[in-house]
Design a protein around this ligand. Sequence first.
Ligand code: HEC
Length: 448
Amino acid sequence: MLKGTTYSHRAGGYRYFLAGLLLASVLAVGLPAQVIADMTGHGGMIRALRVSPDGSVVLSASFDHSARLWRLDEQSTIQVLNGHDGPVNDAIFLSSNSIATAGADGQVIIWGGPDMRIQNRIKAHRGRITSLAAVDATHLISGGWDGKIILMDVQSGAATAEFDMKEAVVGVAITADQRHLIAAGRSGDIARWRLSDGVRTAKLQAHNVSLFQLQRSANGQRLLTVGPDSFVKIWDLEGFQLLHEYGVASNRRVSASAVNTNGGLLAVGYLDGTVMIVDAVTGVMQRQLQADNGPVWSLAFTANNRFLLSAGKSERIRVWHIDSGDRITLAGETTFQRPTPWLDSPHPGAALFRKCAICHALTASEPQRSGPHFQGLPGRVMGSVTGYRYSRALQKGDLAWNRENLMQLFSQGPDRFLPGTKMPVQRIGNEVDLGNLIDYLEILTRPH
Ligand code: HEC
């Protein structure tokens, strides 16, 4: 299945979209009293994962007939998208305020508006649709088992062109210049068509085995194809020349793959639950993860490339810190009832602290959450909680946390202030908010 990154967006509009989503989530479910580990909620295997261009929202498509939107930072559901009459095989971000999903029911559904409702339902294929790719905010292509690739206008639902692969289509992609489409067929063929006039400009046998995955590299000049035999081929998109090939893990069957946003890393998931992260150009192994206890069906890198999302047999989405290989699980695996004063405190820093509390316990006596506890902070030496598995970024620090460096940690963002850290939280741009948060942190952690 295709996991390209071909959506376009406007940053400003996207924020508006997010505000709408967040509002919808607060109205719908309120703040979760207890956060559950991993992103759980789907009741069937997850076939596709995408991250929004700004990195804050995850979109998943599942066998349980639904797609879901999730907040990455809280690993919580924003909204369930129910509309298909069968498994949902792919889902993509189209623009700042719309999403497309495609299913085994042959339909493409366009979702949008402030509350993400169905805008259009397009009966695109006879038989299941395997993959989607956005041309721009108003056009997308879908590929299906009926052997067709359909170019459609998402507003009118009209098919503006049809391309015939003559065999089941297993993946589709759009080139970076938005002028060509690429499709992969079940027999191992890949073909390229010009969108403007429908002329097929290339066709070749890419792998001599079926069911491979297309990955467009970030600069758009290269295409990676990953075969089930774990062979990766890198193609020049201009002349469709094979530039390079390498094997990742022999004797293992591939079930998913993803390329990060700068095209530097490739993640390959296997039927046995392992994930290999390799240098996308050379194939040199960077890391191996045991992501699931059965097939890994989908993978996606976060927008900042620091984390990898995986989903598979276990029906949950897991978040992996690539640098350390650690899983960033939000606590909730215990039933421990801890004090949660921040939930009803009038302090102006309390609302922001809710986010921190998901991953940090206040005292050493509470069960450990995904981050270290906050007892003795500020004043505590960086990376000094015994028994906590810090990333290298914090192991080497010997300064004590104080107001000033806590401010820096969040004004610059953890990824800048502590390069390599596994703390996912992003920048807090507003200094007043940040000051309030640290005031509140000081109050909460003050010995009494
Ligand atoms: C999604 C989980 C998550 C959230 C949310 C989160 N953190 Fe963290 N935090 C971590 C992890 C994991 C580490 C350990 C980082 C490492 O080892 O690189 C950490 C480390 C830290 C440290 C360093 C502690 C030490 O012992 O040196 C501080 C300070 C911190 N976080 C503050 C915060 C604050 C304040 C917030 C809220 C704005 C916050 N964190 C939100 C996961 C999180």
